[in-house]
Design a protein around this ligand. Sequence first.
Ligand SMILES: C[S@@+](CC[C@H](N)C(=O)[O-])C[C@H]1O[C@@H](n2cnc3c(N)ncnc32)[C@H](O)[C@@H]1O
Length: 356
Amino acid sequence: MKAINKNGEKMTETLKHLENIGVFSYGSKASRKFENRLNRVMTRFYRQLDNTGTDTTEMAKEGATAEQTEDLMNKHYDMNIDLFKSFLDQSYMAYSMGYYGETIDEIRNQSLSLEEAQKRKFDLICKRAMITGRERVLDFGCGFGALERYLIDRFPDIRIVGITPSRTQINFLTECLDNPADPISRDRFTLIEGTFETIPISMLGPESFDLIVSIGVLEHIKNLKSVFKYMSELLVADGRSFHHLIISKPIIPLFLSHKGIQYFPGARIWPFQTLENQTEYFKLVESWFVNGLNYWYTLEEWHSRFWQNIDSLYPRILQDDSVRYWNRYFSDNKSAFAPMDGTVFGNGQFLYEKIP
Ligand SMILES: C[S@@+](CC[C@H](N)C(=O)[O-])C[C@H]1O[C@@H](n2cnc3c(N)ncnc32)[C@H](O)[C@@H]1O
């Protein structure tokens, strides 16, 4: 039997319990009110930005390639696979922005499913990265193999190596590879466990890729220069690299320190310009800002699906505090992308050619 709360919303026993401890479900009046308040706070924060004097290009040449990767895996990517299955799209399991449209009006007026938006993202990436289907591709930070699924389905001759340090992702992909019915198990995909720091060039082979792609990964990188050098050594003389990542349009000093980023230990948000300045080993061919409302809609759908599946998550996988944590994760992240119609905080896409 379903109870009704003071806002007239139908409640299961789980929802009632969670509401009693102050965890409000997706779409509830209390949750909407909280998110509206967060959006106002973030809008004020973006309006007051004063970022003169920060040289982010120099910052991106310093220190270790990445920080706190082990902590990042433990706290985030190595959560139970059923958590990610509960909210990611059913077609690709993409753990990055779906693409709903180019302009604010187009994004606001679309009626795409998450699955369609993820497919559109990969269509867009293929076009912008100029993928012909004959490349040997390296996908750094391959997640649950979303790009691999898309490319293998679309291009019969493509070969892909996917790399991730996440145990949960490796286990998931190994099961897919062992399953003859899974399209990803075709012999064109090689899976490697590791990071930019732990995999030597000799293991992948110098000059053995035509294209290196990363989607939602360079946020985890502190020393971009070292990564671009590393990638240039792996690419053939006329090789390309394409990167899609969360970026800010202006410099947001707070987000340049991993201390300003919740949920992802060691991460930071690079300004758009910093990626355009990675030209020591590469020539920048083209760059695109992808409006932040695309990620807002993606997170909105993830948040909704998380709550639709709450009975399969709670209490088996998530308990009171972890439901609270993941609920805040969706709301907080939405509030970063929503302000000023997605024009301040969004995604960047960058296509480079190796300087031989
Ligand atoms: C946001 S997910 C994106 C996954 C996938 N590209 C997608 O779009 O679905 C980020 C990915 O980067 C990986 N990652 C994090 N730190 C990394 C590092 N230092 N080196 C390589 N990959 C890393 C994570 O394991 C994860 O697979």
